[in-house]
Design a protein around this ligand. Sequence first.
Ligand code: SF4
Length: 209
Amino acid sequence: MQLLESNYLDKNRTTLNSMRQNPDPFKILVSCLISLRTQDKNTAIASNRLFAQATTPQQIIKLPLKKLEKLIYSSGHYKKKSRILKSVSKEILERFNNKVPQSEEELLTIKGVGRKTANIVRRFAYNKSDALPVDVNVHRVVNRLGWVQTKDADKSEEELRNILPKKFWEEFNATMILHGKSICVPISPKCSQCMISQYCPRVGVGKSR
Ligand code: SF4
């Protein structure tokens, strides 16, 4: 983990991770919902277009649905995501007095917010030390490394909480996502270029480069 972390420390972060610099909890929540099942560059385009028009729950609620869909079109699944953004904004406004909650329990009561999103909001917006965001990239890498043997990202998060030393939690998401997108890619990982190949059992890896 140390090797990986030091290798990616100075590399460009994902859109969501970059938002930690000047955190706005609602914008982080919105970008996270936009980022589901799309590439980082599409998340950046859609988020920037939306935030040029609306940055608060009230403003998103007021946006006509068609306009919202157009603004986040580049992120894919834009119809479903627009409906979720509308309902999440309404919940934040009405149930949480216009403030994104900090606790995992409360975040998970919001329709459309799953474990990954709750962890991202808690870690990136509120710097909660017990938040460990795990997405499909992280899930894939840690399974190939043999650190966990799990079927989905939520289960990987649960296992990692037991085995990953706390000192690595802060940068874990950024490090693993960067590794998963540049080297340990989904199809044919670049094992010959991997800085930790000597420690990796390559669980489930068929073809590699
Ligand atoms: S050796 Fe291959 S499978 Fe293992 S972490 Fe590196 S790229 Fe991924």
